[in-house]
Design a protein. Structure first.
Length: 167
């Protein structure tokens, strides 16, 4: 069976390659650069490293599920633009590899698992479902890892009748 690719976009996001049978989970933190512009530190997606990761696995990926995100009203215009740019780059790299892609709203996949916006709840849910991998998202800042995995599980459960591992 091929992998599905799932992505929690954003600078603290993650890409997940997930295959339920035999179980294999590969997590790749969103690659970023930290740069200085006008004496201000900025974060930007490393598009070349992102492309390198997806390109190197493309032939083993059957489908991609990307969280359909938007800018937050709390973001400034520059931050919102950079966030949207990263989201667009991610979709572009997936499309350039001719991988079928579905965008999934966070409210939909989180409702499926009975989750709120609490990132710790996502980490706990992933730990209960995949205890052997729990160390991969043990830190609070690793919530993108657990969320990308849950997006993969949700997306695959919608497209195939695969029984998801349980605690």
């Amino acid at each position: 069976m091929k992998y599905v690719l799932a992505a929690d976009p954003g600078f603290n996001g993650c890409l997940c390659l997930y295959r339920p049978d035999p179980l294999d989970i590969v997590l790749f933190d969103m690659p970023v650069h930290h740069i200085t512009i006008n004496n201000k530190k900025k974060t930007r997606i490393d598009v070349y490293e992102l492309a390198r990761f997806i390109d190197s696995h493309a032939e083993n990926i059957s489908q991609a599920f990307v969280e359909a995100v938007g800018a937050s009203p709390l973001m400034g215009t520059t931050s919102a633009f950079a966030f949207g740019e990263g989201f667009g780059l991610l979709k572009g790299v997936i499309a350039a590899n001719f991988i079928s892609m579905e965008l999934i709203r966070p409210q939909i996949w989180k409702k499926h698992f009975g989750l709120s916006q609490d990132k710790d709840a996502s980490r706990l849910k992933a730990s209960c479902m995949f205890p052997a991998y729990a160390s991969q998202w043990a830190r609070a800042k690793d919530d993108g890892r657990s969320e990308s995995l849950l997006i993969a599980v949700y997306g695959l459960s919608k497209t195939e009748s695969v029984k998801c591992p349980s605690a």
